[in-house]
Design a binder for this molecule. Sequence first.
Ligand code: SAM
Length: 288
Amino acid sequence: MDYIWNVTGRCNLNCKYCWDIFKREKEMDTLNAKEMIDRIASDNCEMLLFTGGEPLVRNDLFKLISYADSKNISNIKICTNGVLIEKYIREIVDSAITEIHISLDSLVENDMQYRGYRIEKILKNIELLKSKARNNQKIVLVTVIDVHNMQNFEDVLRYACENGLFVSYQLPVKTDESDLNLYVDGMNRDEIEFLFEKLNEYHKKHRETMDYFTRFYFLTAKKYFLNNVIPTQCGAGTDFSIISPMGEIYSCYSHKDRLMDCSQCFNQKCLIWFRSGERARKIIDLVQ
Ligand SMILES: C[S@@+](CC[C@H](N)C(=O)[O-])C[C@H]1O[C@@H](n2cnc3c(N)ncnc32)[C@H](O)[C@@H]1O
């Protein structure tokens, strides 16, 4: 089981499309957070992604990372907006982090409108990280593609290719918290088709630059968004689960209800109940 942990709801940016459903949730203190690590480690957690909010605003983040490492969680990732990389460069490089995901939607100033931070500073931080990161620390640029950057998001891919970095892209997901219903309101069908065509070309040309998640996501999203085919086997709750700042475990981001309410999910065939609902619930019981 992989875990995506929103370690905090706090963030130093206020991105327009942000889906952060845990913004107002209180976070666990260090002691409880370590207990959570004990529990997921005993559930054979292989991959733990620290995200948020902004994980780097949590001042015990590196303690938690080294604790997870001591519990033999082998693949430890963080997802950051990149603003605080310079401040924590030493800690990042010396830590057990295996992958650093940095959100970057384009190389031009429209990032400023959406993420509210100057792109030059983020690019400088990426350069710094690249120069200091250990060989076994992978740097992945995460791009959310929608109407605001669909004309120039490929600059990120080019930049990644030139600099030996990876790219993982996502399509915007609507939640009650995000300001805009970008996917539905922002793009018409022609645009969506055009986008998938473009992505398809990139897949063929730049396989080695694409994060593995991107390939899987592409196939699933294409089926869902273009042909309205619901993926038959969603990984939520079976391959991965989500931990909220206060330590609740959810199967996916699409709805904030606990596992009990999975029936509301768009994916009627989701296997959570049959395959690992029991397992996920066991962890919830432990937490409570
Ligand atoms: C919520 S952020 C948290 C980590 C960190 N603060 C950051 O900005 O990378 C995690 C990732 O989710 C992406 N994201 C945020 N809102 C989204 C949405 N509505 N749909 C798809 N991806 C989204 C962000 O671009 C970012 O790459």
